[in-house]
Design a protein around this ligand. Sequence first.
Ligand code: SAM
Length: 229
Amino acid sequence: MSGTLFIVATPIGNLADLSRRALETLQQADVIVCENNRVSSVLLRAYEIKKPLVGLFEHASTERLANLTEQLLAGKNLAYISDAGTPGVSDPGGKLVATALEQGIKVSPIPGPSAMAAAISICGFPMHEFSFVGFVPKKKGRETFFKELAERASASIFYESKYRMDKTLEALAKHLAPERLLLVARELTKMHETLYRGTVAQVTEQIHQTSSKGEFVIVVAPAGFGYTV
Ligand code: SAM
């Protein structure tokens, strides 16, 4: 009988956020497959998990994928972890899942942290409908990305890399209606976790008083939403 491919969410900063089930799954897996050996070694060392660790980079070769599915077909249980958070959310993992499914292998999620879900949980905006639009494009498509964001009436959520937050704030100021509210969540669950709330102008001022370095999730409120407290 084939083994199971477990897709395991890992902490987005605070190592204590690994769930008990995630820990047990990693401890019991025959092989742990990861996005990056160096990054995942930190987590595995902290929890004293000693298992064969196989790196599967975003553009993994077909042979590497085939080798992993062979192990699953032979009955081994594999656990896949990305660098942080939930695999498949702006992270690799999808190709391995698709390859396993094509072979009839059971795939099971071990849910847990995600920067997107963490930001949604504390934004306070009506989020019954929202668009998650991944990372801001670096060059091509950037203008369209912000235009579409501004035109969307429902909430939007996106990720920004630590190097481009200042540029993104400038683009938001150019495209968004001045009264549109945002939550900018920086370094969630880490020592320098900071939440900036308000219009683009207010958030920009707060960020410039602190720091625009770190990892960011941005939630744009639905058009017309304002806090009533
Ligand atoms: N799979 C991850 C998840 O479930 O959130 C996302 C991986 S994506 C490659 C990395 C981006 O997620 C970062 O550039 C940042 O925008 C966001 N991110 C990850 N950890 C974060 C944190 N602790 N605080 C704020 N944003 C974070």
